[in-house]
Ligand binder design. Structure first.
Ligand SMILES: [Zn+2]
Length: 283
């Protein structure tokens, strides 16, 4: 396919890469919030209540024992797994020695867990590895691994509940309800991500005149376009000579204002990587 070859050429010609990634990337990597089969395996009790997929749980109010039953299993699965992820590793290998930065709406830590530098990523929607007060009474946030493992230890898969009240997490400061430090509403505490935001802004502003920036956007759809999709377009637009590659099976269209500096690839990232690898073998 011509677009795949153009992508390879643009990558070869780039010195800097901005990876802009949405939920579609983690879905392709095996963490699909719409996967009904895996949901039924992991959450039989919630399935009996009529729920079918993880995306339905975002922002859903449930009684605390059921709420923490779900979130402890989910976060343990998606955030604290120790296994390397092959797709993220392949994406890292694709970028090679180029200067890079990552902007992602994903809160699963999969970039940093798969070879991307911690200080070259900005996660404006938060991170499951932290939790915060729901009120919030303070801007302080805390590492979530201990509350997740505590809730999991008291988790009963048959009822889907955390069966020990003392394993339901509470705010260390005011004793009130807590939630993971991820953006679901105005209570979100974004303080932990301010420094990364500043690094990201500096990186995109301080590109040298001769820098050849390639923005590779993967799986960023239209549900929250202001987080990844629009910023990716804008950075490509305002940076002289920059190019944008949009990899998205459902919404691959690119803005006309970018002209021949934008490439639309209506495919899954896995297909793109497979094609590139096959092409490499023949080169
Ligand atoms: Zn509090």
């Amino acid at each position: 396919m011509d677009t795949m070859n153009t992508f390879r050429t643009w990558l070869d010609e780039s010195s800097h890469v901005l990876v802009a990634a949405g939920a579609g990337l983690s879905a392709a990597a095996g963490y699909d919030y719409g996967d009904t089969r895996r949901f039924a395996e992991l959450f039989p009790a919630l399935q009996r209540l009529g729920l079918r997929a993880r995306y339905q749980l975002i922002g859903l109010r449930l009684p605390p024992p059921l709420l923490w039953g779900y979130w402890s299993v989910h976060v343990n699965d998606i955030r604290f797994g120790a296994e390397p992820n092959p797709l993220y590793r392949r994406l890292r290998a694709l970028i090679g020695d180029r200067e890079y930065f990552v902007l992602t709406s994903n809160v699963d830590g999969l970039f940093a867990r798969n070879g991307f530098a911690e200080d070259r990523g900005w996660t404006p929607q938060g991170d499951y590895a932290r939790y915060q007060c729901e009120t919030p009474c303070t801007e302080e946030t805390w590492a979530s691994s201990s509350i997740i493992s505590r809730a999991l230890a008291a988790y009963d898969p048959r009822s889907g509940m955390v069966v020990d009240d003392t394993a339901i997490p509470a705010c260390p400061n005011c004793g009130g309800p807590v939630f993971l430090n991820v953006h679901k509403g105005p209570e979100f505490v974004e303080a932990p991500y301010r420094q990364a935001h500043a690094r990201f802004a500096r990186w995109t502003h301080d590109l040298a005149d001769d820098a050849r920036l390639l923005v590779i956007e993967v799986g960023a759809g239209l549900s929250t376009p202001g987080v990844v999709r629009r910023p990716a377009e804008y950075i490509a637009y305002r940076t002289p000579g920059a190019r944008l590659v949009r990899i998205n099976p459902q919404h691959p269209e690119v803005p006309g204002a970018l002209g021949d500096r934008a490439l639309s690839i209506a495919a899954d990232i896995t297909q793109v990587l497979d094609h590139d690898q096959a092409g490499k073998a023949n080169r």
